[in-house]
Design a protein around this ligand. Structure first.
Ligand SMILES: [Zn+2]
Length: 423
């Protein structure tokens, strides 16, 4: 039987799935397991196929498949929301509350609202027997979007390196089946796969389109900015504060760097624009240096957030900043503090499937947003990706997160129509 997205979302909010990175030691509130088990149970009862992809011990992506009526897969559409949420200020956030046509609770829009609408659409197609003949629809409920996007990286086979070796060597907490068959796959050590390769047991996902769940007010988004977090450290020479001429002041050098970044460099980036995204930006978000008034500081550090446009590469950003430091005559160290690339997203709005979806959403053209998402990771893995979900990003990550019930219903209808149109 079809189930409404509203009902599914109430259940999902009541199952805490805070990303463990935000609430260490709170197993009762963190992890994706409760949500994944609920989705698996619901999908299994509707006769959908399930597959598990372990990403960390005890944390797995869940793939729910609506296989094509004709048996042969000629097209695949991926629905990719994430199961993890940001933290909470109190456990009341896990109690779904309806007020004035809005459903409140942690994850309501980011992105349990998307999970609920995607699953409701899938259950409706399954129940009415109106599945496409040649198109497979896969709902991939992903882990860890809010931290390192490890779920989407694993899905397209780009999660390799030291971490994955540790993960594969750690004794995996076995995931016991509960009423549903589980195909279990694990990651191989990095040595057995190429840099962007996939594991033998779980080939990289391919699809003709990925619809990624983020709160977009039910609008199709084809572009978003990329993101680099950098640490910049200046080194000087300490000396007694009464004899500053004998030292080299690392804080003074940094002051010049910060001034340059926030004025001239920022102005340069403002002139670098994209039709859907506006301009690139830089923000100095943290500074620390020196110990006390009577010592010339020998070290100062800043943290930089640099939002990139499509076409800007990490290497290009590094080169640009190194040139800036050379111009200032400042000797500094520059390092990337994220352990995975976060490039900008730019999907061709004229791809037939993207146009079809955009038309279904009642838009004349596709739009762009500022924030980073799993879509860029899937796109880097070769899957044309867009964002489309209920709710407003303005409510994401806030203490009182909510979604309009009307949007849940509207998006479910939109998806059912779009998916039914597939061959
Ligand atoms: Zn988020």
């Amino acid at each position: 039987m079809p189930v409404s997205a509203h009902k599914l979302l109430r259940e999902l909010i009541a199952l805490p799935s805070v990303n463990p990175a935000f609430l260490p030691g709170r197993d009762d509130l963190t992890g994706d397991r409760r949500v994944a088990d609920f989705l698996a149970f619901t999908a299994d009862r509707a006769g959908l196929e399930l597959e598990w992809q372990e990403v960390f011990p005890g944390r797995s992506n869940l793939l729910i498949r609506l296989t094509p009526a004709g048996g042969k897969v000629r097209r695949r559409i991926l629905l990719a929301p994430h199961m993890d949420t940001v933290g909470v200020d109190g456990e009341a956030r896990f109690k779904p509350v309806v007020k004035a046509g809005q459903l409140h609770g942690r994850g309501a829009c980011d992105t349990k609202g998307s999970i609920a609408t995607y699953l409701a659409a899938l259950l409706e197609l399954a129940a009415t027997g109106e599945r496409p003949r040649e198109t497979e629809i896969v709902l991939a409920a992903l882990v860890d979007e809010e931290n390192n996007q490890s779920g989407s990286r694993a899905l397209v086979g780009s999660l390799v390196g030291r971490d994955s070796v540790e993960r594969s060597e750690a004794s995996a907490a076995s995931i016991s089946g509960k009423g549903s068959p589980r195909k279990q796959t694990r990651f191989a050590p990095a040595s057995s796969v190429g840099k962007w390769g996939s594991t033998e047991s779980h080939p990289a996902m391919t699809a003709d389109l990925a619809i990624v769940g983020e709160p977009t007010l039910c609008k199709v988004i084809t572009a978003h900015k990329g993101d680099l977090w950098l640490r910049l450290t200046t080194h000087g020479k300490s000396a007694h504060g009464s004899k500053p001429h004998l030292g080299k002041n690392a804080v003074h050098a940094m002051a010049r760097v910060v001034e340059e970044l926030e004025t001239n460099h920022s102005a340069t980036l403002k002139r670098r624009t994209h039709p859907l995204l506006g301009h690139a930006t830089v923000n100095v978000g943290f500074i620390a240096g020196g110990k006390q008034p009577n010592i010339v500081p020998d070290r100062c550090e800043i943290l930089i957030d640099r939002r990139t446009l499509p076409g800007e590469s990490d290497a290009g950003v590094f080169a640009e900043l190194r040139a800036l430091l050379r111009r200032l005559g400042v000797d500094a160290e520059l390092t990337d503090t994220k352990n995975a690339p976060c490039p900008a997203l730019e999907t061709d709005p004229n791809l037939p499937l993207v146009r079809q979806l955009t038309r279904r959403a009642g838009q004349r053209r596709a739009l762009g947003v500022d924030y980073f998402s799993d879509a860029a990771v899937l796109a880097s893995g070769g899957i044309p990706s867009v964002l489309l979900g209920p709710g407003d990003i303005a409510q994401a990550h806030t203490a009182d997160e909510w979604v309009e019930l009307a949007q849940l219903e509207r998006l479910t209808r939109l998806l059912v129509k779009f998916l039914r149109e597939q061959p």
